[in-house]
Design a protein around this ligand. Structure first.
Ligand code: MTE
Length: 336
């Protein structure tokens, strides 16, 4: 499989910087101690919860615990880059259904009810229907992928996700040969999503995103249910979100309730709202500026006013070796 072939954007565990808080000896020992203390509970689940510092207690559903126990850890890691502290990844969010400020999702999303959760599958597909998250995750093995996340607003993080390749899900649903794109839709439940009630912005809910079929089938595209070794917090898109690491973060749609296989390129939220600013492809590209700011550099979180931690943005967010062939022959300044 592609992701097991070492590439420039991959590295070995030893290359991940120590301040990444990643599996240092002390944490492994804590994990071991914890698993003894957790006698009677699944051993791996207990141990894995100790992988990262500062991670909130995990009230994961049983199906997630079982999957986490069998997960393949560090399937992909981010070369030489520190993992963003859990606190930043869960308190500096974009999830406009809960409000426009970065702290709104952490403040309001915990009230979102995510169990039970049904995903509608429809369109050009042999196996349409209403699937529970447990159904969707019954077969695949979870993998941990440590990916860069680059927002179109020019900030970035490095996050250890837990999920499985979107391609596996697509294959199991058996799209027909008419399916050229995959369209994703987020839950729209205004009574639990205050951002939908405030009339913020011009967003025409529900939030919609989409991928070309070959992008959806690319091994780096991930269906995600967890991060930092635990179940996905609501503000990060529980119970099920997409992560496409070579694209701006707005493509990585959260809290998915519908997956449609379609013939035509779907109308997506940001492209529909401001097509001159946000394209359908949204590949991270330091050479194509947003009309109102440069995309050449990014602010890696956490930073501060006096130490903003700015770095150069990489083409395709550092995944060019893996994905640039998908766009051969395209003019990426037009198809931005
Ligand atoms: N999905 C939904 N449904 N609603 C949103 O507002 N924001 C997007 C994306 N997915 C968004 C969404 C944007 S702009 C970004 S940068 C990422 O989620 C942020 O993900 P994070 O909060 O987990 O870092």
């Amino acid at each position: 499989m592609l992701i097991k072939i070492p590439r420039r954007s991959d590295c070995h565990e030893s290359e991940v910087t120590p301040e990444a808080l990643y599996l240092n000896r002390r944490q492994v020992m804590q994990g071991a101690a914890l698993s003894v203390a957790c006698a009677g509970l699944p051993l791996m689940a207990c141990a894995q919860e100790g992988r990262y510092e500062g991670v909130d207690a995990d009230d994961a559903p049983a199906w997630f615990d079982a999957k986490r126990g069998e997960a393949r850890w560090e399937a992909v890691v981010a070369k030489g880059e520190a993992i963003t502290p859990y606190r930043d990844a869960t308190h500096y969010n974009n999830f406009y259904e809960f409000g426009p400020d970065k702290g709104d999702p952490a403040a309001h999303a915990p009230k979102l009810v995510t169990e039970p959760w049904t995903v509608m599958v429809d369109g050009e597909v042999a196996n349409p229907g209403a699937y529970s998250v447990e159904d969707l995750f019954a077969a695949p093995r979870l993998e941990e992928r440590i990916y860069r996340l680059r927002c179109v607003e020019a900030w970035s993080m490095v996050i250890p996700w837990l999920g499985f390749p979107l391609a596996e899900l697509v294959r199991s649903l058996e799209p027909t040969s008419n399916a050229k794109f995959v369209r994703f839709e987020t839950l729209a439940r205004p009574e639990q999503m205050p951002g939908m009630r405030t009339g913020f912005s011009l967003i025409d809910w529900p939030y919609v995103e989409g991928l070309r079929m070959d992008e959806a089938m690319h091994p780096l595209s991930l269906m995600v249910v967890g991060m930092y070794g635990r179940v996905l917090p609501n503000q990060n898109g529980a119970p099920l979100r997409l992560i496409v690491p070579w694209k701006y973060g707005f493509k990585s749609i959260k809290s998915i309730v519908r997956i449609s296989f379609v013939r035509e390129q779907p109308a997506t939220t940001w492209q529909t709202m401001a097509p001159q600013e946000y394209g359908f492809y949204a590949n991270v590209n330091p050479d194509v500026s947003h009309p109102r700011w440069s995309q050449a550099r990014e602010r890696r979180l956490p930073g501060s006013l006096f130490s903003p931690n700015v770095r150069a943005t990489l083409a395709f967010n550092g995944y060019a070796d893996e994905v640039s062939s998908l766009y051969a022959g395209m003019d990426l300044s037009k198809d931005y």
